[in-house]
Design a binder for this molecule. Structure first.
Ligand SMILES: [Zn+2]
Length: 195
């Protein structure tokens, strides 16, 4: 699809039709006039390193059983969300309209601008920082990023580790930034420096 037809494929209120929609209550309005210029990529798995369950969608909809695993006690009561989650098999879930503010980046800053949640789209890849991600996940991520950029004036795609250095390390060195850039054919300036 070209840019205009990608733009038209979105629902008027910011939902991407090829994603499975699971609405999260952990969201709010964006500040007036906040142009959505950033995508923040994350990795998440619950418990860490275990894939395929429904715990991520439970966490993002405040339905996680905090006593079901020792790790969950460490995060008991957190209220978080992301706009999108890409499962290991490439399945795409959407929890928050891209017109709304999701709660994924926390205390964060990119190029002098604070509070990335207010002006970014958050995408979680099911995975563990430092580990690799599946081909099917990149196959879902590439068209999703094209679609997001067709709707919002995205200038940069970065990792949580880049907007919260010293505090967050996801998606980590297992994420293929170079491969992503090649597939999207966007300029290197849109991505974090890869060294
Ligand atoms: Zn993160």
């Amino acid at each position: 699809m070209s840019g205009p037809s990608l733009r038209a494929a979105w629902s008027d209120d910011g939902w991407w039709p090829s994603a499975r929609r699971i609405e999260s209550p952990n969201e709010g309005p964006r500040p007036a006039g906040a142009a959505v210029e950033l995508v923040v990529l994350h990795s998440i798995s619950l418990p860490p390193g275990e894939y395929g369950g429904d715990q991520i969608e439970r966490l993002f909809t405040n339905r996680l059983d905090w006593d079901a695993h020792p790790y969950f006690r460490q995060i008991r009561g957190v209220e978080v969300s992301a706009h999108f989650v890409i499962r290991r098999d490439g399945e795409l879930l959407q929890f928050v309209s891209t017109d709304r503010r999701a709660w994924h980046a926390g205390r964060s800053r990119w190029q002098g601008r604070d509070d990335c949640n207010s002006w970014s789209v958050g995408i979680e890849l099911e995975g563990l920082e430092g580990q690799h991600f599946e081909r099917a996940q990149y196959d879902a991520l590439v068209p999703l990023l094209r679609a997001v950029r067709a709707r919002h004036p995205i200038r940069h795609v970065v990792g949580h580790e880049h907007v919260a250095p010293g505090r967050k390390i996801d998606p980590g060195p297992g994420f293929d930034w170079v491969g992503l850039q090649r597939r999207l054919r966007w300029t290197a300036q849109r991505f974090p420096p890869v060294g």
